[in-house]
Design a protein around this ligand. Structure first.
Ligand code: ADP
Length: 390
């Protein structure tokens, strides 16, 4: 039994054929530079990579090529027991608190939500429309916002005029929910307890924190869009919205320019020139003052979220690191955990430095909070959620 997981972006399609029971990734690939003069397709199966360099005019041509590769290079999708196609969808608005089989109504709602997910939903729709034509198994939309659909009103509500908020659907939707749900469930399984107050730190290029009590999300750092919250690879995270008014008035920047500045040219990239945490650490080790300060700003923001979510939950049992930085950068973990020492957080320095793909506890038995590193697997989570709804 397998699920084809598709993450369709504006000029790319990432895919993975996953066994939702064992978690095995059977084949994977990428179509990129769709619509540009030189396209590229990569298909990985059985330890071999097939590369094709050819123009891919649109998502339809891209997905047809992917199906051709499955037929010619393998694995044959029917023989691999494909049961569903699972689509990652960033914005599910107020409509979806779990994955949904895609019919015309669901497709229409994803389309209606474009104003709330202008960078993502149009791109997802391209993949969805083509996949609905090409595959005769159910297509399922798995929403990044679903895990946060039932955030308490106190966490989801912005203090803005209610009529404006209602009319334009302004609230905190959160994002990365697939990962936060996957990780918090995994922690529950690992520790054999579901009555836990958890903080999940998803630190990748995009980054977010969630507070989870007894398996339910009670707060999260991303808001109306993924821009709010932590310092990210290229996003500002929290910033006084008046910076927008100021730049519009003083610098004459347009809304689109501001959107690009805040989403694509800020965060670590804005502070250091690189959005890659490895480079930022390298620069810091060489004494680059901007990089050293960027790390301090990054950790300061994280620390504030850990503190505020501990207060919101009335305590903290478990703190879990995940995603590219959270899983791999022992120095980033160390920098945060050292600041938590006054609260009784103790970790094993050697365990923290181990590189591993396995979920693991890195705190000491006498630590006030259990600290874990748990690799995320959004494709597996999407495959599992797709199977759950069909
Ligand atoms: P996304 O899925 O949001 O694109 P990832 O979860 O793959 O991102 O995380 C990418 C980030 O992880 C990059 O900033 C990268 O530098 C960082 N990263 C990966 N490996 C390491 C490492 N060994 N040390 C520090 N940072 C790392």
């Amino acid at each position: 039994m397998t699920v084809l997981v598709i993450n369709s972006g504006s000029s790319s399609i990432k895919y993975q054929l996953v066994n939702p029971e064992t978690g095995e990734s059977i084949a994977s690939g990428l179509v990129e530079r769709i619509g540009e003069p030189e396209g590229h397709i990569e298909h990985n199966y059985n330890g071999t990579t097939t590369d094709i360099n050819e123009p891919v005019p649109d998502h339809g041509v891209g997905l047809r090529e992917v199906i051709r590769l499955f037929n010619e290079v393998g694995p044959n999708l029917d023989e691999a027991g494909i049961k569903a196609v699972g689509h990652r969808v960033v914005q599910g608005g107020k409509h979806f608190d779990k994955a949904a089989v895609i019919d015309d109504r669901v497709e229409g709602l994803i389309e209606e939500l474009i104003p709330l997910g202008p960078l993502h939903n149009p791109a997802h729709l391209k993949g969805i429309k083509v996949a609905r034509e090409l595959f005769d198994v159910p297509n399922v939309a798995v929403f990044d916002t679903a895990f946060f659909q039932h955030l308490p009103a106190e966490a989801a509500t912005y203090a803005i005029d209610r009529e404006v908020a209602e009319k334009y659907q302004i609230r905190r939707y959160g994002a990365h929910g697939t990962s936060h749900q996957f990780i918090s469930r995994k922690v529950t399984e690992m520790l054999g307890r579901d009555d836990l107050k958890q903080i999940v730190l998803h630190l990748g290029n995009g980054a977010s924190v969630s507070a989870v009590v007894n398996g339910e999300a009670v707060d999260t750092s991303m808001g109306l869009t993924p821009l709010e919250g932590l310092v990210m690879g290229t996003r500002t995270g929290d910033i006084d919205p008046a910076a927008v008014f100021h730049l519009a008035r003083q610098a004459g920047m347009s809304i689109d320019e501001l959107d690009t500045l805040f989403n694509k040219q800020s965060g670590l990239k804005g502070l250091t020139g690189s959005n890659d945490m490895r480079s930022v650490w390298e620069m810091a080790h060489e004494g680059n003052e901007n990089a050293i300060e960027a790390l301090e700003v990054y950790i300061h923001r994280l620390l504030k979220y850990v503190g505020s979510y501990t207060a919101v939950m009335g305590g903290l049992d478990v703190l879990t690191f995940t995603a590219g930085v959270g899983e791999n950068s022992w120095e980033t973990r160390k920098m945060l955990l050292d600041r938590l020492a006054p609260f009784g957080v103790k970790y094993d320095a050697d365990k923290n430095m181990v590189r591993s793909k396995e979920p693991r506890v890195i705190s000491t038995p006498d630590s006030a909070v259990t600290v874990l590193v748990v690799p995320t697997n959004e494709e597996l989570s999407i495959a599992q959620q797709a199977m759950e709804v069909i």
